[in-house]
Design a protein around this ligand. Structure first.
Ligand SMILES: Cc1cc2nc3c(=O)[nH]c(=O)nc-3n(C[C@H](O)[C@H](O)[C@H](O)COP(=O)(O)OP(=O)(O)OC[C@H]3O[C@@H](n4cnc5c(N)ncnc54)[C@H](O)[C@@H]3O)c2cc1C
Ligand code: FES
Ligand code: FES
Length: 1368
């Protein structure tokens, strides 16, 4: 012990990770905790998803010990931003620290696994830690003791715990269930489908069915040895670590002075370092000054003047303190202000950021770096003051003065911020008989935070009432707006002045709003400026409107005679009529499946193979493989110009940036090799640009360095010298491509076929819509694991490449071509992929090839884990397209003919694009169009090539069909659902449109799905209720929509190999790759089923004998591509074929043995087989036969949404999905696919904008700008049922696909949104604001808040007020 204290005294960095002591003598101060854990410890559960605080994959639990109070403080933190030096004396717990396969998994891991809450698993350890953090802290509360097995956590806390964590696979519902299962107030009946209790047993459902959570035996988050060391006061040696921790002002001032004097030394003040998530500075700092240990900066003090919060106080602690004070002794008005500020702060970032990010850091970023802060705005409205110090000069100024000053210089420090007590406002406005209102607002793509707002606002108003005039007078107000594309938050002074002393009437409101519009004007270049201004109007209207209304609707009755400042009215009282109150988060869900025992264990909902390992973080992804000695790290330099000559590539500095060793480019392709990075049957794509770039985002070189960080910084610092002289302009739009005949050919064999005679069909029509247009954008895969590869040179010119790829076979071919070696020299290995969604079909190839090329050149291992930004820039994504269509139809809505002109943007190379026309038309044909004709062009543009994002083409085709149906319905002023129904296929028309894929009449289950869903989702009743809701609500409108999907899939030849080892354990290899879709799980079930035809004894745990192993291109050839939703089935079938042969080989032996003994154990049979030299390894190659290789998948969904007319926010109230899974191979896996795909579809239709700049370079480069769904943006109720459509000998054990088709059903959310907008427009029309064509409108995809709001009327408030004023 003494020895330990001694060490600590020497000033080294000492901390614990999962109970293990770490002591570091010198540390690069810019090293993050994540970097350290991943590169220098065995704890790989912390994953790098974004590196900017936006995904939660890196979440850990940070624990601090207070020796005085002997208390441990535990909180989650994002390890990608936390600096290693800042955790001196702390203890870190990662998911493997909660439990693991060696010591036993934690109940969190087990429940995540049992609730089927982990698919690819890349997000899972972070999710587990977010939940654990909430659990640990709930247990510290003084809430009543929960029943055994439960925790003190509440359901709401459990769901909120993971609100900032992203998952791209599951759709969150099962994750929410796993989290809620710990809550003391959970109703077990509400928990979703899981492996802990079986269907039919629900009446017996209780906590004992779940893996035990024992509060009394929870893990210790802070080891005793560290407590002793903390007592011995730990200080870091600032010389060795370049890290200072001043503990007083004087010390801080001394340091600032010394660095000032010491020219050239770059110093940074730091608290949580979360600002780096936004600014991502690459500049190197020589010194850091940690501000957390100066008492004045860390205190929170409340007195009669208000609350003072030290600048280093974290946002979480500030929230806690404000909540506490809001219960304390302040007057009610102040309590309201504190509570509202705390509520708003809870929407800032995610918990794991709020726990480390400080109030001061936020304000300094807002002040000097134009950060669109929430905190600045709300504190501004509350009339806050700041205290700053510069040298020895102390200054106290209003927050407004602070914000308006030039940026703080490097010697100035923000000490604290003070939120005044509202009593002091009363002193300024001493009218006495008055009331105080305070409200804060933010409009952001995610209601619970983890998304910057388009605009935020906060308003404080002090009003009084005249009994005689029944009116309300504005005595004073403070109106703040921020984050709308302005340098910093502002007070709307002119509006305040105008309102002050005015009676609040609609006419006054009109004037105030005019002034707001003139004040809230976003800076040039801000996106959606008109939308942002309209938000300001909407928020002010919401705030003041209730006061105006209240004066006329009798509210004043209750108002008169009450002591003014003590009675605070909250706006919730004035909420409009609402039939059903929906909570913020997922409220309930239902999963209905039918189990099929026929092929046991096929059909069992067994948990995903390896899911507990994924949860504990032990599952090994490519980047978790330890770096071999001498390893180099790569990072791509990409072109920023679409079509330019490259004159040179270099660095700004004279010498190479830190750690950078070399640049690899096309010039390094070895003799005999080719500049090929991607190879598919349609053609190759080059690895690096040569003299001429072809698109912005094209790799031009590969930086090699001694660490990933150095490689990434090196690539960022690289300078490419371009020459544009005498070059043609690039082609950046499909229209230009057509004009310049830049088109790819579509091979005739995969061209879709037209149906019927368009001229005849259109002649039969009563009505026509001609040349209508639809535009669809792109979508980024957002797999949680970025592209990654590791190439290791082997003897005799061979290369072993570990790649996170969906088609290792093609990577092998591309690498061999690039290196100029035979394919047998290249072995590509893929164990698991952290999410693919089609983004790792082709786009992983150049990543693996670049590593292989560099490894080949330098004969050293080379690896890359791409950063999110570069990944997003190079990914390509979903195909954008422009559609022009003409449709003819009868007066009853029956469509007689459809013609489409479709321009598909394929980007620079073919990739999989030739498949697109067939896929688009395939899904579009879900309705009987009468005659269907089209002209589809595949445009070659100077943009990154688009690839196979989940449901490629089908998603667009299916949506185009819905958009046309909606347009026809609008034209006829009838309900879209009836137009859908009348255009449904009969079996005969289905056959005509789909030919062999249509299968037999009995397979056409869509009509029954359609009807069943109407009943189970109460479609008709809800449609009526929505009408009523819309009649009574002015500012919220609801819409409902039911849509079908038909998805044509085809199975591809797939290899399999099954080998039985001496001890009876079984090794399975398949062509398919485990991407999280549960392929291995189904394969295991299939192997167990197929081998079970040898009846043997003791087969209870037979599944445990089977291991599916990584894909290895030299072991199992012709693996093909894992895509198209059918790889699980075909891999299963390949395995079944192998097992059939094995059974055939083993059967004679078994029969012989049976004659000798009654009981034959599997192990015994296999031992005998070995002795008798039975060949126990079988390879197969499943080739689907022509008649059954293609088939149709059916499903339907009903979604109901609510649109907020003031903000354009869409809330998905409920979605019901019914999907035909045939006889599901594993209903748990299929349910997961359906829900996950549906939510990914919601992302496409409602949220995700994958945009480019004018050069075609992707400019949504990370979690700050690209918003995938989170738990707060999914349906509040999500009900999924699998239709068990029975036996079908043509399918693999009667199963059907589930991976992609359900994605298409998310269009129901978009269509429901359109229905709600339509109601808003009808209302506008009734006010005389829209002409007769008000119902013929299109809703863009994605239907983001600005788009929805624009359609609902950016000026809806003004129009409403004009109406009201006009009427008065
Ligand atoms: C993913 C993510 C989402 C976010 N979302 C939101 C949001 O929705 N709304 C919102 O308002 N904010 C949001 N934030 C911002 C967040 O609140 C700030 O990053 C955080 O508060 C900064 O605190 P910090 O302690 O980490 O600052 P640091 O990163 O340590 O410092 C930030 C800057 O301030 C300087 N600095 C820090 N303290 C002082 C001081 N006392 N005196 C002088 N200079 C100082 C530092 O030198 C540095 O330049 C988000 C942040 C992240 C990472
Ligand atoms: S990797 Fe840290 S939050 Fe995404
Ligand atoms: S399981 Fe969540 S990202 Fe894959």
């Amino acid at each position: 012990m003494e020895e330990e204290s001694e060490m600590a005294k020497k000033g080294h960095l000492v901390f614990a990770a999962n109970g293990q002591r770490f002591e570091l003598f010198t540390v690069d101060p810019s090293m993050t905790l994540l970097e350290f854990l991943r590169t220098q410890t065995p704890f790989k559960s912390v994953k790098l998803g974004c590196g900017e605080g936006g995904c939660g994959a890196c979440t850990v639990l940070l624990s601090k010990h207070d020796p005085l109070l002997d208390q441990v403080e535990d909180f989650t933190a994002s390890s990608c931003l936390t600096l290693l030096c800042s955790i001196n004396g702390c203890s870190i717990t990662t998911s493997e620290g909660l439990g693991n396969s060696k010591v036993g998994f934690h109940s969190i891991h087990k429940r995540f696994s049992g609730f089927h809450a982990s698919q690819c698993g890349f997000c899972t350890p972070g999710m587990c830690m977010s939940l654990f953090g909430a659990l640990v802290n709930a247990e510290k509360t003084d809430r009543p003791e929960p029943s055994p097995g439960y925790s003190k956590l509440t359901v709401l806390e459990a769901e909120k715990a993971i609100a900032g964590n992203l998952c791209r696979c599951t759709g969150y519902r099962p994750i929410a269930d796993a989290c809620k299962s710990f809550a003391s107030d959970v109703d077990m009946e509400d928990l979703g489908f899981n492996s802990f209790w079986k269907k039919g047993e629900r009446h017996e459902v209780n906590i004992s069915g779940l893996p035990l959570y024992n509060r009394n035996h929870e893990i210790c988050t802070f080891p005793a040895f560290l407590k002793r060391e903390v007592k011995a006061s730990m200080l870091i040696d600032s010389k060795r670590c370049s890290w200072n921790q001043p503990s007083s002002f004087q010390e801080l001032q001394g340091l600032l002075k010394s660095y000032d004097a010491n020219n050239g030394v770059r110093m940074k003040l730091v608290v949580g370092n979360t600002g780096m998530g936004y600014y991502k500075e690459v500049e190197h700092y020589d010194r850091y000054i940690d501000l957390r240990y100066i008492p004045e900066l860390s205190m929170i003090r409340g007195d009669h003047t208000g609350i003072e919060i030290g600048a280093s106080v974290t946002i979480s602690k500030a929230i806690e303190a404000l909540r506490e004070e809001s219960k304390g002794e302040f007057i009610s008005a102040s309590k309201l202000v504190f509570k509202k500020i705390a509520d708003h702060m809870e929407k800032v970032a995610a918990k794991f950021i709020r726990n480390i990010g400080s109030i001061g850091g936020n304000l300094v970023m807002a002040q000097g770096k134009h950060f669109p802060s929430d905190i600045a705005t709300i504190l501004l409205a509350a009339g806050s003051f700041v205290h700053i110090i510069n040298g020895v000069i102390h200054e106290k100024l209003t927050l407004e003065e602070f914000l308006e000053r030039p940026p703080l210089d490097s010697k100035s420090v923000l000490i604290s911020v003070r939120i005044p007590n509202c009593g002091s406002i009363k002193d300024v406005y001493p009218e006495g008989d008055s009331k105080l209102f305070f409200e804060t607002y933010r409009a952001a793509p995610r209601p619970l935070g983890n998304a910057l707002p388009y605009l935020n606002a906060a308003f404080l108003a002090e009003v009084s009432c005249s009994k005689s005039s029944n009116g309300i007078m504005m005595n004073s107000c403070q109106l703040a707006f921020g984050a709308f594309g302005t340098k910093h938050a502002i007070r709307a002074r002119k509006v305040e002045e105008f309102l002050t002393g005015n009676w609040l009437t609609n006419a006054v409101l009109c004037e105030a709003i005019k002034l707001v519009k003139a004040t809230v004007v976003p800076d040039d270049g801000t996106s959606d400026p008109a939308y942002r201004s309209s938000l300001a109007v909407g928020f002010l209207f919401d705030f003041l409107g209730q006061l105006v209304d209240s004066s006329s609707n009798g509210w004043l009755k209750g108002y008169s005679g009450i002591s003014m400042l003590e009675d605070v009215i909250s706006k919730e009282k004035y909420d409009n009529l609402d039939h059903v109150k929906y909570p913020t988060l997922l409220s309930s869900s239902k999963q209905v499946i039918e189990l099929n025992k026929e092929y046991h264990p096929i059909g069992e909902p067994i948990t995903k193979s390896g899911s507990a390992l994924q949860a504990s973080g032990e599952a090994v992804y490519v980047d978790d493989i330890p770096s071999p000695g001498n390893c180099l790290y790569g990072s791509f330099i990409y072109s920023t110009k679409p079509f330019a000559r490259i004159k040179g590539i270099g660095f700004n500095s004279k010498s190479l940036p830190d750690g950078v060793t070399a640049l690899v480019s096309f010039k390094d392709i070895p003799k005999g090799g080719q500049n090929i990075g991607l190879l598919l049957s349609f053609g190759p794509e080059r690895l690096f640009a040569d003299e001429l770039t072809q698109y912005a985002g094209e790799p031009v070189a590969f930086v090699l360095a001694d660490s990933q960080k150095h490689a990434d910084v090196g690539a960022k610092l690289a300078v490419v010298d371009y020459d544009l002289e005498n070059l043609e302009s690039p082609i950046l739009t499909v229209e230009e491509a057509v004009e310049r005949s830049s088109l790819f050919e579509i091979p005739p064999v995969i061209c879709p076929k037209q149906v019927g005679d368009f001229s005849k069909g259109i002649a039969e029509a009563d009505h026509k819509i001609l040349s209508a247009k639809i535009k669809l954008g792109s979508q980024y895969y957002f797999y949680m694991e970025n592209q990654t590869a590791l190439a290791v040179p082997d003897e005799d010119n061979c290369m072993v490449v570990y790649s996170s790829i969906q088609c290792p076979e093609y990577a092998q071919a591309a690498i061999a071509k690039c290196l100029g070696v035979p394919e047998h020299n290249v072995r590509v290995l893929t164990r698991r992929v952290g999410g693919g969604f089609g983004g790792k079909v082709t786009k992983s190839m150049p990543v693996a090839t670049a590593c292989a090329l560099a490894a080949h050149k330098y004969q050293r291992p080379v690896r890359i884990s791409m950063n999110r930004k570069t990944d997003m820039i190079m990914a390509g994504g979903r195909h954008p397209m422009k559609i022009t269509y003409s449709v003819g139809f009868k007066s009853n809505g029956k469509i007689t003919a459809l013609y489409l002109d479709i321009l598909i943007d394929a980007g620079i190379s073919l990739d999989i694009s030739p498949m697109m026309p067939k896929a688009v038309v395939g899904a579009l044909k879900k309705y009987n169009w009468g005659a269907l004709s089209f002209d589809i062009k595949l445009c070659k543009t100077n943009l990154s090539s688009k690839s196979a994002m989940r449901g490629p083409g089908d998603l667009q085709g299916s949506y185009i069909a819905e958009a046309i149906i909606e347009q026809v319905a609008s034209f006829l002023s009838v309900d879209a659902d009836s137009v859908r129904a009348i255009n449904f296929h009969t079996y005969d028309s289905l056959k005509l449109f789909y030919d062999v894929s249509a299968g037999d009449p009995l397979e056409y289950t869509l009509t029954s799905i359609w009807d069943k869903l109407a009943t189970s989702a109460c479609f008709n009743q809800r449609t009526q209720m929505i009408k009523e809701f819309n009649r009574y609500n002015i500012w919220k409108k609801r819409g409902i929509s039911r849509i079908p999907c038909v998805y044509d899939v085809s199975m591809r030849p797939t290899p399999g190999k099954v080998s039985i080892l001496h001890d009876g354990s079984i090794v399975v290899e398949v062509g398919g790759i485990e991407l999280g879709q549960g392929l291995w799980t189904k394969v295991k079930q299939m192997a167990a089923f197929a081998l079970s035809s040898i009846k043997y004894d003791g087969d209870a745990d037979f599944l445990d004998k089977i291991r599916v192993i990584q894909a290895d291109t030299l072991s199992l050839i012709q693996g093909g591509i894992t895509a198209g939703s059918t790889t699980s089935e075909s891999s299963c079938e390949a395995v079944r074929l192998c097992c059939e042969v094995l059974v055939e080989r083993l059967m004679p032996l078994k029969e012989r043995l049976q004659m000798q003994t009654d009981s034959i154990r599997w192990e015994m049979l296999i031992q005998k087989a070995y002795l008798e030299a039975v060949n126990l390894s079988v390879n197969s190659f499943f080739i689907p036969d022509f008649a059954s290789k293609q088939y149709l998948n059916y499903g339907a969904a009903v979604s109901e949404v609510e649109v907020d007319l003031l903000t354009g926010q869409t809330t998905i109230l409920r979605s019901d999905i019914l999907y035909d899974c045939g006889q599901s191979l594993n209903p748990a896996v299929d349910l997961g696919q359906i829900e996950g795909a549906f939510v990914q579809g919601i992302g496409f239709f409602m949220l995700e904008e994958y945009t480019t700049n004018s050069d075609g370079l992707v400019d949504t480069e990370g979690t700050w700008t690209y918003k995938i769904p989170t738990i707060d943006t999914i349906p509040k109720q999500l009900n999924v049922a699998l239709l068990h459509s029975g036996r079908n000998p043509k399918r693999v054990l009667s199963s059907k696909a589930s991976g992609e088709p359900p994605l298409l059903l998310a269009a129901s959310v978009h269509c429901a949104t359109k229905a709600a907008i339509s109601e808003a427009r009808k209302q506008l029309h009734s006010w005389g604001c829209l002409d007769g064509s008000h119902l013929t409108f299109q809703v863009g995809v994605p239907a983001t808040m600005p788009i929805v709001k624009e359609l609902c009327g950016l000026d809806v408030v003004e129009r409403y007020l004009q109406c009201k004023v006009g009427r008065n």
